[in-house]
Design a protein around this ligand. Sequence first.
Ligand code: C5P
Length: 243
Amino acid sequence: MARRKLVYEGKAKILYEGPEPGTLVQYFKDDATAFNAEKRDVIDGKGVLNNRLSEFFMTGLGNIGVPTHFIRRINMREQLIRAVEIIPLEVVVRNVAAGSISKRLGIDEGTALPRPIVEFYFKDDALGDPLVSEEHAIAFGWASQQDLDDMISLALRVNDFMSGLMMGVGIKLVDFKIEIGRIWDGDYMRLIVADEISPDSCRLWDMETGQKFDKDVFRRDLGNLADAYTEVARRLGVMPTNA
Ligand code: C5P
C-alpha cells in the first residue's frame, strides 16, 4: 500500500501528511518511553487505547467550546487532525503534588495544592524539557504575553473539564500536560489544544485506593500499563474499537 508522506516521528506518535491542505494524520504507536527516552518498551495495545481516549477527551472539549486539533478518528491507530504550529512550551496543570514538583520543592506526593498550578516547560529533548518562566518565554520569543494568558486560560478550562469527567468515574486528575498550537484563519491567529490527551500525559489516581492508572505504572514498574489504561477506558465507557 502506498504510504503517506511522513512529516514527523516522535516517541509515541507519527505524523503523516493529511488528505487535505492544513490536515495531518496522527498515528499512535505502542512505544512507551520515560525519563527522556532512557527507559523504553513496547506495550501491546497502548496506541489503540490512546487514540480512542484522546478522541474521547478532545471531542468532549470541542463540545464545551474548547478548540482542539481533532477532526475525526480514521481507524484504530490513526486520527485526522488540523495542522498547527506547535508552541514550544509544554503546559502542565497540577491539582495535587506529584512527580517533578514534589521532587523540586520537597512537597509530599499526594498533597492537595491550594489552587491549580500552571507551569511551562521548554520543549527540548536535549535539555530534558526544563521548567521556564513567562519571562523566558517572552524574552526568547517562544510566545507573547497574550499567548501565555490564552494558554493558561485554555489549560484551566481543560483542567476543569477533565477533573469533572474523571471525578465522575472515581478517578482523581492529579496533573496533566498539554501542547498548544497556533492556527490562522487569514490574518486571524488563534490557539488550539493539540498533540494528545491520554493517560500517557496525565496522572490519574483511583479516588478510593490511590491506585495509579497512568504512565507512572510504566515509569515506576507498578504493573501492566495496558491494563491500567484499559481500566480508565472501561470506567469512562470508551470501548477500544476494531474499526
Ligand atoms: O514529571 P512531571 O511531574 O513534571 O509531569 C507532570 C505531568 O505532565 C505528568 O502527568 C506527566 O505525565 C506529564 N508530562 C508529559 N510529558 C512530559 C513531561 C510531563 O506528558 N514531557
